[in-house]
Design a protein around this ligand. Structure first.
Ligand code: SAM
Length: 149
């Protein structure tokens, strides 16, 4: 386990292994400028750097109509996260907090979501701003921002 997954004083883990399989499959990957977790912003910003969402070719047609939406919700799998913490300390925080009271990437099912600004659609690539994940993070889903509905 690398140092990003070390337990801090006051943190609590449980002896848990994900045994159910929801059948989730990755549909692409996300390219960002950040190579480590420490480099990433805690939350993406709409004026952040350009990032690219690369959808697997088989899903190309599923992008039809997407350019009508200036903002999208992107859902991704925070694949480097440990998944057994029930109490955890945020980066600058010594007080342990419950996992479900945080937007920490360390959670039983490490799903991340960001609302992003759509800058361009280029074939199976979406150029966006507003992400906060490391380069190569697996992609789970893309939806128009809920405020459009
Ligand atoms: N915006 C998402 C949310 O609220 O669901 C994720 C927020 S989480 C606080 C973002 C942090 O997760 C980053 O600052 C980085 O430390 C970490 N992170 C980024 N990509 C990751 C990955 N692929 N696996 C594990 N942790 C990651």
């Amino acid at each position: 386990m690398n140092s990003d997954n070390e337990i801090r004083p006051g943190e609590v883990v449980v002896p848990w292994r994900a045994t159910e399989d929801a059948g989730i499959a990755f549909i692409g990957r996300i390219e960002t400028p950040w190579k480590t977790r420490a480099d990433c912003p805690r939350q993406g910003q709409m004026d952040g750097p350009l990032c690219q969402i690369i959808l697997d070719e088989i899903w190309r047609e599923a992008l039809t109509g997407i350019s009508r939406y200036p903002q999208l919700e992107v859902i991704y799998w925070l694949h480097l996260s440990r998944r057994d913490l029930v109490l955890q300390c945020a980066r600058q925080d010594k007080v342990p907090r419950g996992t479900f009271s945080l937007r920490s990437p360390l959670r039983p099912n490490p799903i991340g979501t960001s609302v992003v600004k759509l800058e361009a659609v280029q074939d199976c690539r979406l150029v966006v701003r507003g992400l906060d994940c490391i380069d190569g993070t697996p992609l789970l889903d893309i939806k128009p921002d809920r405020h459009a509905f």
